[in-house]
Design a protein around this ligand. Sequence first.
Ligand code: 26W
Length: 860
Amino acid sequence: IWNKHKVQKFNTADEFQERFISHVEWTLARSLYNCDDLAAYQATSQSVRDNLVIDWNKTQQRQTARDPKRVYYLSLEFLMGRALDNALINMRTDTDVRDVGDTDETLTKGNTSREMIKNAMNELGFKLEDILDEEPDAALGNGGLGRLAACFVDSMATGNYPAWGYGLRYQYGIFAQKIINGYQVETPDYWLNFTNPWEIERAEIQVPINFYGYVDRGQNEKSTLEPSDWIGGERVLAVPYDMPIPGFKTSTVNNLRLWSAKPTTEFDFKKFNNGDYKNSVEEQQRAESITAVLYPNDNFLQGKELRLKQQYFWCAASLHDIVRRFKKGKRAWSEFPDAIAIQINDTHPTLAIVELQRILVDLEKLDWHEAWKIVTSTFAFTNHTVMQEALEKWPISLLGRLLPRHLEIIYDINWFFLQDVEKKFPHDMDLLSRVSVIEESSQERQVRMAYLAIIGSHKVNGVAELHSDLIKTTIFKDFVKIYGSNKFTNVTNGITPRRWLKQANPKLAQLISETINDPEDNYLLDMSKLTQLSKYAEDEKFQKKWNDVKQFNKQRLADLIKKLNNGVDIIERDHIRNTLFDIQVKRIHEYKRQQMNIFGVIHRYLTMKELLQSGASIEEVVKKYPRKVSIFGGKSAPGYYMAKLIIKLINSVADVVNNDKEIQDLLKVYFIPDYNVSKAEIITPASDLSEHISTAGTEASGTSNMKFVMNGGLIIGTVDGANVEITREIGEDNIFLFGNLAENVDELRYKHQFHNEGVPASLAKVLDAMQNGAFSPQNHSEFMPLIDSIKSHGDYYLVSDDFEAYISTQELVDQVYHKDKKEWLKKSILSVANIGFFSSDRCIEEYADTIWNAEPVKPE
Ligand code: 26W
């Protein structure tokens, strides 16, 4: 009977319309006369989701039946952005032939559902673009780490890996950024305002999670290594919400499981009997605060109790789920690592290591050492930063109060680890204290989460070659000595070309598929096919088409900016063509050096003014300084004073420059408010040049550098992170590199500390203008902290050391862009042709082969 009534996908435009209307009427309880764009978005999403759910169910059944090794990707952040457009590109229907009729158009073999649905929506009186715009971003992440996790789930599904993501369902994602009088103002991102059609609540699954309390080891004082009872003092429930993750050109639909906290239904009768009914309800209500908000710090540890609670809540719920699924297979515990690989995304999920040890020892009664072998063979750890202020450490007192049994386990893990070290390197007390999981600092003792993560994992990886080398010689040096260097490896980051090429840049995607004769878009699965573009790099006809695409995308960004700028154009339409779009969008951080970029803009502005004042004509100025717009975007952590001041400086400079009649529109500056994934999809394809100018050795990888190049933009950058490998792949003629190398950074910092050599003249000119109030006429000292950080506080990010090279490299960029457009286009085409390595599909394959030992499960 079940088979007779099997649910069916929509396969044609007609069937889609039927499904759409039934969702409008049944799911939304509306009529077609009362269906606005928001309702149309909801009904479209519900319809598309129906198709995905069918494949999702099949995928899960297949995986249960074949019982392959499963991969779990634990990340506190998944910066997914919008789901609908991506689903339209990735989704498969069951029919693979195109009917050349108006109403029952179906899919061509490799084609996406997007066109079909676009037409079907048109007939219903809706514009697909408007409907897609109704979707709020799922902004459950800060920046690089969260977006990487989102690209990874896409690639894991596309590669048919039996892989789930586990995270938290924050009610508030990363704050929305408003710019008011030039300052960043944060407003809450209540993204669940309207029902979210992309999540499926599994209300029937409720995992109890305990906090606080004490450890009970009975009367006769057992050892902490033996099974112990943790009597929790507070209990909340973890409820999963599942998001379907469709692979591209496959019917595999994986799962992203996000946990939400809710109160237990147990009731505190003691309080109730004392007549304190209201308080006992209030206390229960507080459970929900655990998953209320994403902490908006990127690369900075705040050390708040609620954050630690979030981490444990999520690790415990996920581990419970993973173990429950494993137990269904009735396999021996020793086979756990053959059945499961768990990747931890930075140190945020490190408690999962401790939790698995607790489950095995306390609940499953395994011998400590047997358990620990299972744990360490299961976990692997990715490091994403070398910034000292980002390395997680938790005070012993806090950890011991919140998770008393876990602290004991951490002590024991450390004890056995230090014993091993002592055996290998006898009497080296210094080494022991350096590598101890417990930091005995002068103030409070702290747990070093990165060390715990290394000890509890079988592999540790960095995210770009330079970064992976750096961690081996700096922050994790001692551990290389202890474990040998095989435990440490590199997996260079990647990005999904489905979202970052096909979805963000449909025009370029189309030109590519036409040119390399790949109508089914197979190149999106095998990006080495892009090398075929090389032969057209100097073909003038092709260059023109290539340039037209860029032109279209620049216009599209100009339209977005106009909308954000109260309907006012910042560049005249006619000038877009010969204006260089120079873009830096990423989180605002001193190490990423947006300040150096805006100082460069000031330098350009002042020099142009000097030229004009010395009697040069506009034409003469344009020769040296061709038209350019400097575009910025990115959020500052709410408590990061210097980053916020950089935003203010950018906006103040924009105010002055954009309103300077003399400069006309030879130079413009614009800060795009509320940079997020959906805006990035418009911004990235529009760059002529993008900036990746971190102090050498500070940016672990960067991933927007890959996105910009994949969209035909050139890069100005330092020898840092993945810039190095991008250069190797696309050729050093096709990237503008400058600046000091990572190996010289220590020496330069030392020099600043002990010999104040002053700043180069070009930078002095900029800082003097700032100090004289050129950009803050009301308050001349407004930007002093930025000036002081360079002149008086050691210039930690080495702006003064790289500034002159930065300026002269920018001048080189100008010359190539404006004097030799053909040369520029050639570089652009060759870059795209050779960017294939940075597909996250390659990246996931490397994780699967070298770390997880996992195989795809292909649909028949
Ligand atoms: C504890 C606060 C905190 C929050 C987030 C500390 C550290 C983080 C992240 C690890 C910071 C981050 O996003 N790192 C970025 O990771 C990207 C993906 O690997 C890299 O491309 C970026 O270079 C790196 O800055």
